[in-house]
Design a protein. Structure first.
Lengths: 299, 307
């Protein structure tokens, strides 16, 4: 237990701005930081070995021995890759658009005019995090089944069928927006809270700006990193989502990976590793941007 | 002017009438602004779950193909292979949630307390974000390449070392893979709580002569307990709902509810299997709901204990 204590006191110090308190207590404790290295070593191995092994799995050449990057070179021309990756990107872009159009006004409104409704909105956006997506999608499937059963030959049924066009299944977009709500809400809410939006919008209103103008020229610029963050999280969610697409029977990027895994195991692993690393790189980039902005205006 | 108005205008000095009128007019309009969000939630979240709750009680007669109200689905779902699937899912999620919480807590402490940790912190946090939320299918394949039948590490272990007996395509194998996204999820959710521990509390405890154990027993532990519990519950829900990883890894050879649901939906053989899938899904919602109720109960007890 004393090992963990070490941690907190130094952590707390770092959190308080990196000021070193010259207390003898801390000097005595620092020597017991070995537990941290045990944790890093064990978990580091656990997290790095599968990644390294996957890369090795994709580059080794079993027939001739040695190493080759043929699998990676073959990704762009692989059967079905361009089509399904393109479809997943399109679904992602649409999901981002709808989620932002829905949530930016909602979050700003709750912050500025309806703070009493914040717990309700918070609770509702938390539900998709706890509700199993497979349960949600079984429900969606049941609702979609109403079209042939009850509304056949009505405009509503036509609309239901239009949502299920395999080339661009809009129903996936609509369900993905629900799955993305927890991430989008949290990212935007953090941005709104940190920005003293109330003061800024009041100032703009007093100076005579209309509400649409306030939204465009004050709120959106202030929220740009949170919007970027929310957009990226949503895009990554859509690019990796398997359950909903699989149960509703549409082919997207992840279901394509699973489909080809039987016949082309190396390709499926290569695409998997690449998508994980690319997502990570993009997230790092956004967090770096976020930090630079915060250093620019520390308010 | 009425006395009431006068009192009000003295309380909030000059702009009282204007702001009051503004608030009254604005009371309805902003609430209308929330309508798109509420409608969206109603149609795409509440309606599907509601339909699930109704249609799970519909059964199809295997001879006449007529639909009627019945609790037969629920009876089927709570017995035999389906009950085993529920138990398997519950056990796997409970074990991995607790393990993930312990390991994640250790990693979170290690990151927060490392002295030159800014770059490390950013690397670990962003990697956690990727693994915790978007891993699913890619994770399964990374592990297949590592310790699957043709995996790189499998060859190392079984060849020169002669180790045998561990199979990735089992409950234990699934647990190993699940931890790969549960530990990062724990790190992400618990780091803010650890950072909220004030250094002054620790200093005050030190000055008053408390030992490390006493600090954790009376200060740090009670403060961290509710968020740790909440995060563990999130891990449980996440493991319980996991489908992509299991599907990509083991097909349907391991008894898990999510796999059973997918099986019953794709079955053309059994009449009314579709409704059975709905009943299974409804069972999942109910179980997650029960865990939530338990969680709020424990949360309330701990907060009373703190007070």
């Amino acid at each position: 237990m004393s090992a963990t204590t070490t941690g907190v006191s130094t952590a707390a110090v770092a959190g308080a701005g990196g000021v070193d308190p010259e207390t003898p207590v801390r000097a005595a404790r620092r020597s017991r930081g070995w537990w941290r290295w045990v944790v890093f070593a064990v978990l580091g191995l656990y997290f790095l070995v599968p990644l390294a092994a996957s890369v090795w799995f994709t580059v080794r050449d079993r027939a001739r021995g040695g190493v080759s990057a043929d699998v990676y070179a073959g990704i762009p021309t692989a059967e079905g890759f361009a089509e399904n990756f393109g479809r997943s990107l399109a679904l992602g872009a649409l999901t981002v658009l709808i989620a932002l159009l829905l949530m930016v006004p909602t979050v700003v409104l709750v912050e500025l005019r309806l703070p009493r409704l914040r717990p309700l909105v918070e609770l509702l956006t938390l539900v998709p995090l706890l509700l199993p997506p497979i349960a949600l999608v079984v429900g969606v499937r049941s609702v979609l089944a109403w079209a042939p059963e009850y509304f056949f030959r009505t405009p509503l049924a036509e609309a239901f069928f239009a949502l299920q066009e395999p080339a661009l299944p809009w129903i996936l977009v609509l369900v993905y927006v629900v799955l993305a709500l927890p991430f989008v809400y949290r990212a935007l809410d953090a941005g709104v809270r940190g920005a003293q939006l109330r003061t800024l919008t009041e100032a703009a209103r007093v100076l005579g700006a209309s509400w649409p103008r306030v939204m465009l020229t004050v709120v959106l610029p202030v929220l740009r990193t949170s919007v970027l963050n929310a957009a990226f999280l949503t895009l990554a969610l859509v690019l990796g989502e398997f359950t909903v697409a699989n149960i509703l029977g549409f082919e997207t990027f992840p279901t394509w990976i699973v489909r080809i895994s039987g016949s082309q195991p190396q390709l499926s692993v290569a695409v998997s590793v690449l998508s994980l690393l690319l997502t990570w790189a993009l997230l790092l980039l956004i967090s770096a941007l976020d930090r630079r902005r915060r250093e620019e205006d520390p308010a | 002017m009425e006395p009431g108005d006068l009192r009000l205008s003295t309380a909030t000095v000059p702009a009282a009438p204007a702001s009051r009128r503004g608030r009254r007019r604005g009371g309805l309009l902003p609430a209308l602004g929330l309508l798109p969000f509420l409608l969206y939630i109603a149609v795409f979240l509440l309606l599907p779950v509601g339909v699930l709750a109704v249609e799970a009680f519909r059964a199809v007669d295997p001879v006449t193909f007529e639909e009627s109200w019945s609790t037969a689905n629920l009876g089927t779902v709570t017995g035999g292979a389906y009950a085993r699937a529920y138990l398997g899912s519950l056990r796997l999620s409970a074990i991995t949630a607790v393990l993930g919480a312990v390991l994640g807590l250790a990693l979170a402490f290690a990151i927060v307390t490392s002295r030159r940790g800014r770059l490390l912190r950013r690397l670990v946090l962003t990697a956690s974000g990727v693994l915790a939320n978007f891993g699913g299918v890619p994770l399964a394949f990374a592990f297949l390449a590592t310790i699957g039948n043709a995996g790189v590490v499998t060859a190392l272990l079984t060849g020169p070392l002669g180790l045998d007996g561990f199979s990735l395509y089992s409950m234990a194998g699934l647990a190993v893979v699940y931890l790969y996204f549960l530990v990062p999820l724990m790190v992400l959710t618990i780091i803010p709580a650890i950072e909220a521990l004030r250094p002054q509390w620790r200093e005050a405890a030190d000055v008053l002569g408390a030992s490390g154990w006493q600090y954790w027993r009376h200060v740090g532990g009670p403060v961290l307990a509710p968020p740790v519990l909440g995060a563990t519950m999130l891990l449980f829900a996440s493991a319980f709902a996991a489908y992509a990883t299991a599907k990509a890894l083991v097909g349907s050879s391991v008894p898990l509810v999510t796999l059973q649901i997918a099986d019953s939906l794709s079955s053309n053989v059994v009449v009314g299997a579709e409704n059975l899938g709905k009943a299974l899904a409804l069972g999942m919602v109910v179980l997650v709901g029960l865990v939530m109720v338990f969680y709020t109960w424990v949360q309330r007890r701990t907060s009373r204990w703190l007070a």
